[in-house]
Structure formats: structure tokens, C-alpha cells
Design a protein around this ligand. Structure first.
Ligand code: FAD
Ligand code: NAP
Length: 548
């Protein structure tokens, strides 16, 4: 509903959703079906989120396609067929567009519109939201579906503005593509994005120079076309597969090994690791034994195995040495690749260690490290994202008393949520895959569906109970945040500088913001909270709050 008063055009909604990626689209579908007046606002000019923005060469999922899709609609599952084990970005984007059309979602999405500010009005108990096009929205519920990895990070290198060539960030890739033919290209960054892009760029560029700060463990993806017989079997058994995905630790229907890496002989361990290398996949190594992310000694067994593989693949011993990682395996996201280490055997590829000789500045002609200047026609920043809190802090979100989320969380240093879904002082605000939920340490499709369904059930419950306001109780978030930290501190995750820790952004506070207890146990906790009438939250009618 839109009303105009004194020339101000305000749209009134039951629920406003920010973002049209996998989360926002399903959220819209769920609550619109339940009869709530809902609208999505999206900065891009189309749907897709991650898969709209990240169009760099080689981009694909690292969770098997058969698990990396929506599971809420049997019809949709039957209609869509993934061509390969790990679908490429264009195919995933086509899928998202297909979903948007199938469920007629576009009519309730406003594209090219950024949510700039969202302020909770304590008099009306509604969120007043300002959009980048100057329009205003008043909504009862404010739902962020802004993603954990949607705020691209180009490090503040001195001199970038003087660079004469072209430069790109993997997460903001031009739609028309980039022609590397005959070019001297530099790639800065060797995380998942860099490792996917480097082998593809190397095949096209005249010369590729990779600027590596932290060497990575990466294992072969062994991507292949999906066998129709296998897909038939998956379809026939999907109810069972879905149940296992939901009950699992990371949203993929397999369980970690039951033994410690240290309780078997070296021979047995190497046999297991050799099989994992041949099989490939995200969990092949981390799930081989039960203590690889808990015990430094156990972790070292897998770390040294992968280092040995790198030495075997990379022919030049000096380059191989530079590529050997030394942090705890899997405490940065494990990476799967297609010919990554092999790429360093190409004559047109060179590797620069920028931990040893850091980048000083970008010059008009290229990249200058403390050692020398490298002349380049193009620079690709595969430098990641201001993850988790980044996309939330890009909006000015203000709760009770005008306190901003950024202030409350002390710029991330004191992030506090209850279940990763809500935070005290910000009534009727839900964060899909928010900080302190399993989010990025899971197959995100499972976590997204679980959050969307929990939030829509909650909103339905509020309507049934004639309640208008739901707010996290402060003690619940204190306990939840403490529990998140304690679980993380018992692992090796917090012993490594990673984007999970906020360590990739200079000015960002360090802290682990992901619930590591597993998606199965997490779902049970959330279900229990709902069953107990949303225990840990306070629910009120708007009249109670207004004191009428
Ligand atoms: P996003 O897809 O990030 O969508 C958020 C949307 O919100 C964006 O379109 C953004 O433009 C919009 N937005 C943000 N702020 C505003 C604002 N203020 N106003 C308006 N619009 C706004 N996860 C996996 O589980 N498996 C994988 O294989 C996998 N591969 C990945 C590959 C890449 C290259 C990246 C970057 C991430 C990958 N992820 C993967 C994580 C991925 O982000 C999630 O799986 C999922 O796509 C997130 O969906 P989302 O809708 O929650 O967020
Ligand atoms: P990332 O993992 O954060 O990697 C960024 C890289 O840039 C790192 O090598 C980092 O080095 C380097 N870097 C950052 N700032 C730098 C600086 N100032 N100087 C030199 N190097 C710098 O980012 P990403 O590769 O985009 O991946 C982010 C996440 O997105 C992944 O972990 C994953 O969850 C998701 N993703 C998934 C896939 C997939 O396979 N499906 C693909 C892409 C992304 P340091 O390590 O030293 O910080």
C-alpha cells in the first residue's frame, strides 16, 4: 500500500526484505504465500545475489550441485537438472532466474534500489526505511537477506586511482566479460575465488602474475558431467537425502570419520588421504578423521600430506616451496580446484610472495612490491569480502533509542545475537544467515531454507497470537554469543587469521562469528525455541508496547 502525505510517498508493508539472492527470494515466496504484504529491495538489476555479482572466469559452487539448490518444492526438484557435479556460475544464475519466474517473484522485487537506512520507530513500532531512490517504506518486519559475502573488499592500496590499465574485483565482475588475450594480467589473492580464476585466466592471458599473501591448501574437485542414472537415483531418494542434509553437521549428507587421525598407523592414514585426494570434494579431508580441526597434531597429518602433493605437482622447486601452506588445514575455507597447482608449470605464469615482499602501491603501470615493480595491463582483485557484518553495517540500521547496529556491536568487536537471527534492541528485525548462525560453515542452501522457514513460521505465529512485536531478550543473546565463542575456541578455527575471524579487513575487530555446533543440532535448538512460544524473545501486542 502506498500513501502520499505532504508530498512524501511512503509504501506500507507487512514485511520488507533486503536482497534478492537465494535467501531473499525464498523469504518473499514463503511470506507472500501466507498473505503478508511483502516487497524485496535489491541493489542489482536482477535476481541472483552471489551468482549475479560473481561472474569471474571459473566461478562455480564447491558444494555438489545436487545439494546446492532449494529443496522446498518437489516440483522444482523434479524440473531442474544440473549438468555437472559442481555447476558453473551461469548455470546457477539460470536456476535462480528459473525459480524467480516459476514462483512469479519479480513482481514484488524492486531492483536497482539499495536500502540505505532502517530506523525503528518506537511510537509506531514500525521500521522506517529509506531507499537509494529517495523513496520511503514503513514496514512491520525488517528482514535482512543481504548475504554473508556480498560486500566486496578491494584493499586500500595506495595509488590504485593512478593505474592506467583495467582492474576488476571477482565479486563485481562485468557482465560482458573480460578479454585477457595478449594481456599481462596480475591476480591479487589466492582464496577460493583466485584459485578458481587463476587456471582459466592463465590459459587466455599472455602473461599471468599471481600475488600470493597466504599459500592455500587446495585439493582436486574432480568435476565431471552428472550421470543421468545417478541423478535418477538422487531424485528417487531425495526425501531421505534431504533429511540427512538437515540432520548433518554442515548440510551435506555425510558424517565425519569416527577415528582420530592419531590412532591409526601412518600407512593407514596415508591410504585414507590418498583416497581422499582421488575422490576430491570439500569434506574429503576434513571428514577423514574426527579430530582434524581440533588437534594440532592431527591437523598436521593432513597438512603435510597436501604439502607433499603440491611438491609433486609443481615442477619448479622454488615455486613449489612458495606454494606450501603452514596454517591449520580447514581453518580457512577448504578449497577444491581444477588444475590450480598445475597452472604454475605453465611458462606464462609466475608467482610472487607478497608476504615476504608486500605490495607497497599500485602504480600507473602495475603493482610495486618492496622488491620490484611488475608491469601489468590488468589487475584482478580476488581479495574477498568484508564478510558477515560487512553487508549489515553498510546500511545504517538503528533500533531502540536510535542506537545503530554498528555501535551496539562495536563495529563487530561485540557482535551479539540470539540464534544469529535477532539482536536485543532491534524489535521485529530478522537476519537471515546472520552472524552466530551456521551460515558460511555449512551448505548455505540448508541454512537459508531453515532460517526462512523459521522466520516465516514465527511471523505466522505472531499473527495467530495477535502479537505485533517480537524482541530478543538481552540475557538470551549473552548466553548464545558466549556459547558460540566457547564452541569456536575449542577448535583450531580461532587460531588462524581468516575472514571467518574478520582478519582480512584491516580496521575490523577480530572475532569468530559463526555457530560451529552443526546445522542439525542448531535446527533442533531453533525448533525447541519456537515450540516453547519463542523462548528467549519477548512477544507483545502493539497496544501493550504503546501502553494503550
Ligand atoms: P547473497 O547471494 O549474497 O545475496 C544478497 C543480496 O543482497 C545481493 O544481491 C546484494 O546485492 C543484496 N544487498 C545487500 N545489501 C543490500 C542493500 N543494502 N540494499 C539492497 N540490496 C542489498 N555457499 C555454499 O554453500 N556453497 C557454495 O558452493 C558457495 N559458493 C560461493 C561462491 C562464491 C563466489 C561466493 C562469493 C559465495 C559462495 N557461497 C557458497 C556462499 C553464497 O554467498 C551463498 O551460498 C548464497 O548464495 C547466499 O545467498 P543470500 O541470498 O543469502 O546472499
Ligand atoms: P578470500 O578467501 O578472503 O581470499 C582473499 C585472498 O586475497 C586471500 O588470498 C588473501 O590473503 C588475499 N588478500 C586480501 N587482501 C590482500 C592484500 N591487501 N594484499 C595481498 N593479498 C590480499 O576471498 P574469496 O577467495 O573471494 O573467497 C571468499 C569466500 O567466498 C570463500 O571462502 C567461500 O566461502 C566463498 N567462495 C566460494 C567459492 C566456491 O568454490 N564455490 C568460490 C569463491 C568464493 P590472506 O589469506 O593472506 O588474507
Amino acid at each position: 500500500m502506498t500513501s502520499t502525505q505532504n508530498g512524501d510517498k511512503t509504501t506500507y508493508l507487512d514485511a520488507l526484505i533486503v536482497g534478492a539472492g537465494f535467501s531473499g527470494l525464498y523469504m518473499l515466496h514463503r511470506i507472500r504465500e501466507a498473505g503478508f504484504a511483502t516487497r524485496v529491495f535489491e541493489a542489482a538489476d536482477n535476481v541472483g545475489g552471489t551468482w549475479y555479482w560473481n561472474r569471474y572466469p571459473g566461478a562455480r559452487c564447491d558444494v555438489e550441485s545436487i545439494y546446492y539448490n532449494y529443496t522446498f518444492s518437489e516440483e522444482l526438484l523434479d524440473e531442474w537438472t544440473w549438468s555437472s557435479k559442481y555447476a558453473e556460475q551461469p548455470e546457477i544464475l539460470s536456476y535462480i532466474n528459473y525459480v524467480a519466474d516459476k514462483f512469479d517473484l519479480r513482481k514484488d522485487i524492486q531492483f536497482k534500489t539499495r536500502v540505505q537506512t532502517a530506523v525503528f520507530d518506537e511510537k509506531t513500532n514500525r521500521w522506517n526505511v529509506q531507499l537509494s531512490n529517495g523513496e520511503s517504506v514503513s514496514a512491520q518486519y525488517f528482514i535482512t537477506a543481504v548475504g554473508c559475502l556480498s560486500a566486496s573488499n578491494v584493499p586500500k592500496f595506495k595509488g590504485l586511482e593512478h593505474f592506467k590499465g583495467e582492474w576488476y574485483h571477482t565479486g563485481l565482475w562485468p557482465h560482458e566479460g573480460v578479454d585477457f588475450k595478449g594481456k599481462h594480467v596480475g591476480v591479487i589473492g589466492t582464496g577460493s575465488s583466485g584459485i578458481q580464476a587463476i587456471p582459466v585466466i592463465a590459459q587466455k592471458a599472455e602473461q599471468l602474475t599471481v600475488f600470493q599473501r597466504t599459500p592455500q591448501y587446495s585439493i582436486p574437485a574432480h568435476n565431471e558431467a552428472n550421470d543421468p542414472e545417478y541423478l535418477k537415483e538422487v531424485r528417487e531418494n531425495f526425501s531421505d537425502i534431504r533429511r540427512k542434509m538437515r540432520q548433518s553437521l554442515v548440510g551435506i549428507p555425510i558424517s565425519p570419520g569416527e577415528k582420530s587421525a592419531l590412532e591409526v598407523t601412518e600407512e593407514e592414514r596415508n591410504k585414507t588421504f590418498e583416497e581422499a585426494w582421488k575422490k576430491g570434494g570439500l569434506l574429503a579431508f576434513s571428514y577423514a578423521y574426527n579430530d582434524l580441526t581440533l588437534s594440532p597434531e592431527a591437523n598436521e597429518t593432513v597438512a603435510s600430506f597436501i604439502r607433499e602433493k603440491i611438491r609433486e605437482i609443481v615442477k619448479d622447486p622454488e615455486t613449489a616451496e612458495k606454494l606450501l601452506p603452514d596454517y591449520f588445514y580447514a581453518t580457512k575455507r577448504p578449497i577444491i580446484d581444477t588444475n590450480y597447482f598445475e597452472t604454475y608449470n605453465r611458462k606464462n605464469v609466475s608467482l610472487i610472495d607478497v608476504k615476504k615482499a608486500p605490495i607497497e602501491e599500485i602504480t600507473a603501470d602495475g603493482v610495486k612490491t618492496t622488491d620490484k615493480e611488475y608491469e601489468l595491463d590488468m589487475i584482478v582483485f580476488a581479495t574477498g569480502f568484508d564478510a558477515m557484518t560487512g553487508p549489515l553495517f553498510k546500511m545504517d540500521i538503528r533500533g531502540r533509542g536510535g542506537v545503530s547496529l554498528k555501535e551496539k556491536w562495536e563495529n563487530g568487536a561485540a557482535t551479539r545475537t540470539y540464534l544469529g537471527i535477532g539482536t536485543a534492541g532491534f524489535p521485529n528485525m530478522f537476519m537471515l544467515t546472520g552472524p552466530e548462525s551456521p551460515s558460511v560453515l555449512s551448505n548455505m542452501m540448508v541454512s537459508i531454507e531453515q532460517h526462512v522457514e523459521w522466520v516465516s513460521d514465527c511471523i505466522n505465529y505472531m499473527r495467530e497470537q495477535n502479537k505485533g512485536i517480537i524482541e530478543v531478550d538481552e540475557p538470551s543473546e549473552i548466553v548464545w554469543s558466549k556459547q558460540c565463542r566457547e564452541i569456536a575456541d575449542a577448535t583450531l578455527f580461532t587460531k588462524t587469521d581468516s575472514w571467518y575471524m574478520g582478519a582480512n579487513i584491516e580496521e575490523k575487530a577480530r572475532g569468530f562469528q559463526i555457530y560451529l555446533g552443526g546445522v542439525g543440532p542448531y535446527r533442533e535448538i531453533c525448533d525447541e525455541v519456537a515450540k516453547k512460544g519463542y523462548e528467549g524473545f519477548t512477544l507483545k501486542t502493539t497496544e501493550e508496547k504503546l501502553g494503550i
